[in-house]
Design a protein around this ligand. Structure first.
Ligand SMILES: Nc1nc2c(c(=O)[nH]1)N[C@H]1C(S)=C(S)[C@@H](COP(=O)(O)O)O[C@H]1N2
Ligand SMILES: [Mo]
Length: 557
C-alpha cells in the first residue's frame, strides 16, 4: 500500500481510521459551511428563511410555556440571543457527532446533514407568510454542507491518520501508553510511510486538512456575517425615514405641568422610544415595506375592507398618550412605557366594516403570523384604540411595529397591541384562540392596577432625615385615585399624585419620608378610580398579570 494516496476512495479501513477529533472538526466545519452559505441566499429570500432563524422561530413557537418562562427568568431580556447561541452550540455538538459518524459511514453522515436540511426547510416553510423560495437557504446550505463533509471524509481534503496498512496489533489493542507509529509520527509532524506528499509543494494531507478547515470555516464565516449584514441593509429604515406623518385632526392633550416630578431615578412620564420596552416573539424584526403593506379587515363582517398605507395616512388621525404594559411584567418590573401614539381610531374602521352580531373577537394578525384577540366591544366602546403609525412624533420604530400596530388603552399588550399588523379578522372567542391562549394565558386580560417604587432602589443606603419616595402607578382606562405608602408594615400613608394627561396613562407619585436609622421596608399600593385597591396577595404573571405590593428594602445610616 506504499505510494499513492487513496484519493477519493473511501475504503473501509481508511474511512474508519480517520481520527475522531478530525472527523468531529470536519463535521463542525461542514455545519459552519451549511449555516454560513445559507445566509447570502437568505438575503434574497428574507432573513426569516435562514436556517438558524427559521429553526429558532420554530423552537420559540413550540417550546412549552413553563420552559420558556424559565428561560426568560434565566436570561432576562437576552433570551433571544441565548436561544440562538444555545441552538448554535447544540448544532455544533450534533455536527461533531455527524462528522464522527460520517468517518465510519459516509452515507449516515450525509443522511444526518439531509435531516438537518429537511428540518431547516420545514421550519422555513411553516413560518407565516412563507413561500416555496424560503426552502432555498436550507437546501443550498445542506448541499454545500454535505459536499464539505464528503470532501473531508472521502474527497480531496481527506486525512488518514494511518497508512492504509493492514491492521496492526497496535490498532487492534488499545493504543496504551505507546501510540501507534503513525500517530507518534503525526505528533512529531513527520511524514509517515505511505503518506508522503505526491509532489513537491503538496502540503500533505494533514496540512491540507487543516488548511481546508480554516479556509472553509473562514469563508463560511465571511459569507454568513456578510449575508447577515446585507440582509440587514435590505431593511426598511430608509422607507421609514421617508414617511411623512400627517398632522392629527385631534392632537393629544398637552402634558400637564408637573406630570413629571423630575425626581432622579423616577421613570419619566413619557418614555423615549429608545428606552421603550420591547416584547415579541420575533427572532428577526419583521421588515415591512409600507409600499406593499395592506390591512385587511375581514371575517365576520358585512363589508370587508382593504387599505394601503397611503389610504390609512389619508384618514383623519388622532394622537393620544397611552401607557402600554406587558402581562409578563413582575411586580416592580419595567415592562411598561408611556408614549404619544398617532393613528386611526379602530372603531371607525370597524364601524365601516360592519361586524356581524356575535363577532365578539377581533384577531389582530401580524405579518409574522403572531395573533392577539381583542374584544370587539372594547374596540368599539369609544376608548382611544388606535391603528397607530406614529410614536412620540416619529414613525413607529421598526421594532415597535412599523409601519402599523394596534394600541388599546386598558388591555395588556398580548391581547391588544399587535405590531406589524396586517389583518383584523372578526371572529368569536369560541372559534379562535390567539397566540398566547393555548400557551396558558387568559383570552381576556385587562391591565391590573399596579404601582411601583422607583426611588429609593432596593438595598440603597440612605441618610436619616427626609427622603423622597417616588414611583409610578397605573390602572389604564380606569385611572388611579390614590397611592399609599407604608413603612415596616405600619399604617398606609397617602402619597401625592402628579397630574396625568388621562386615565389611559400611568401617573407619578411621591411621598416624603422622615427616614430613621436602621433597616426599613417600603411598600406601595394603588386604588383605581373604581375604588378597587390593589390586593397584597402575590400572584405570578401567568395567566393574566401579577398581583402584590411592590416592596423595597433599604438601609438608613
Ligand atoms: N407581532 C407581534 N406583536 C406583538 C407581540 C408579538 O410577539 N408579536 N407581543 C405583544 C406583547 S406581549 C406586548 S407586551 C407588546 C409590546 O409592545 P412593544 O414591544 O412595542 O413594547 O407587543 C405586543 N405585540
Ligand atoms: Mo406582553
Amino acid at each position: 500500500m506504499a505510494g499513492g494516496r487513496p484519493l477519493g476512495t473511501p475504503t473501509l479501513v481508511g474511512v474508519s481510521s480517520m481520527s475522531r477529533r478530525r472527523a468531529a472538526l470536519a463535521g463542525v466545519t461542514a455545519a459552519a459551511v451549511a449555516i454560513g452559505s445559507a445566509e447570502p441566499v437568505a438575503v434574497l429570500t428574507g432573513p426569516r428563511s435562514a436556517p438558524l432563524i427559521a429553526v429558532g422561530g420554530l423552537v420559540v413557537d413550540l417550546v412549552p410555556e413553563p420552559l420558556k418562562q424559565f428561560a426568560i427568568a434565566l436570561f432576562g431580556r437576552y433570551d433571544k440571543i441565548a436561544l440562538l447561541v444555545g441552538t448554535a452550540l447544540l448544532l455544533a455538538a450534533f455536527a461533531a457527532l455527524l462528522g464522527v459518524l460520517a468517518a465510519r459511514r459516509l452515507w449516515a453522515g450525509s443522511a444526518g446533514i439531509a435531516g438537518f436540511a429537511a428540518l431547516g426547510v420545514a421550519a422555513a416553510l411553516t413560518r407565516a407568510g412563507a413561500d416555496a423560495a424560503d426552502a432555498l437557504p436550507s437546501l443550498v446550505g445542506g448541499g454545500l454542507g454535505a459536499l464539505t463533509l464528503w470532501a473531508f471524509v472521502a474527497g480531496p481534503l481527506r486525512v488518514d491518520p494511518e497508512p492504509a496498512a493492514p491492521a496492526t496489533p497496535h490498532r487492534a489493542t488499545s493504543p496504551g501508553p505507546t501510540p501507534p507509529p503513525a500517530v507518534a509520527a503525526l505528533a512529531r509532524e513527520e511524514p509517515v510511510a505511505g503518506w508522503e506528499p505526491l509532489e513537491r509543494g503538496d502540503p500533505g494531507p494533514r496540512r491540507r486538512f487543516l488548511r481546508g478547515v480554516g479556509l472553509l470555516a473562514g469563508t463560511a464565516a465571511v459569507a454568513g456575517l456578510g449575508g447577515h449584514w446585507l440582509a440587514g441593509r435590505r431593511g426598511v429604515s430608509a422607507a421609514r425615514q421617508a414617511v411623512a406623518l400627517p398632522t392629527p385632526v385631534a392632537p393629544a392633550p398637552p402634558v400637564p405641568a408637573g406630570a413629571d416630578l423630575s425626581v432622579s431615578r423616577l421613570a419619566p412620564y413619557v418614555t423615549p422610544n429608545r428606552e421603550f420596552y420591547r416584547i415579541d416573539t420575533a427572532l428577526v424584526v419583521p421588515q415591512v415595506d409600507p409600499a406593499t403593506w395592506r390591512l385587511r379587515i375581514h371575517g365576520r363582517v358585512r363589508k370587508p375592507i382593504e387599505l394601503s398605507f397611503a389610504d390609512l395616512l389619508a384618514r383623519p388621525m388622532v394622537e393620544r398618550y397611552v401607557t402600554l404594559a406587558c402581562v409578563s411584567n413582575e411586580v416592580g418590573g419595567d415592562l411598561i412605557g408611556n408614549a404619544r401614539w398617532l393613528g386611526v381610531p379602530i372603531k371607525e374602521l370597524l364601524d365601516e366594516a360592519e361586524p356581524e352580531e356575535g363577532a365578539d373577537q377581533v384577531v389582530g394578525r401580524s405579518v409574522d403570523g403572531w395573533t392577539c384577540g381583542t374584544p370587539t366591544a372594547v374596540l368599539r366602546d369609544g376608548r382611544d384604540a388606535l391603528l397607530a403609525v406614529g410614536m412620540n412624533g416619529e414613525p413607529l420604530p421598526v421594532e415597535h411595529g412599523f409601519p402599523v400596530r394596534m394600541v388599546v388603552p386598558g388591555l395588556y399588550g398580548y391581547v391588544s397591541a399587535c405590531k406589524w399588523v396586517t389583518e383584523l379578522e372578526l371572529t368569536r372567542f369560541a372559534d379562535f384562540d390567539a397566540y398566547w391562549v393555548p400557551r396558558g394565558w387568559s383570552a381576556q386580560a385587562p391591565v391590573r392596577t399596579q404601582s411601583r417604587i422607583d426611588t429609593p432602589r432596593p438595598r440603597n443606603r440612605l441618610t436619616a432625615g427626609p427622603v423622597t419616595v417616588a414611583g409610578v402607578a397605573w390602572a389604564q382606562h380606569r385611572g388611579i385615585r390614590t397611592v399609599e405608602v407604608r413603612v415596616d408594615g405600619g399604617p398606609w400613608q397617602q402619597a401625592t399624585l402628579a397630574p396625568a394627561v388621562s386615565v389611559d396613562t400611568w401617573v407619578q407619585w411621591s411621598w416624603r419620608w422622615a427616614a430613621t436609622p436602621g433597616e426599613h421596608t417600603l411598600q406601595v399600593r394603588a386604588t383605581d378610580a373604581d375604588g378597587e385597591t390593589q390586593p397584597g396577595e402575590r400572584r405570578p404573571v401567568a395567566p393574566d398579570g401579577a398581583t402584590g405590593w411592590h416592596t423595597v428594602r433599604v438601609a438608613v445610616g
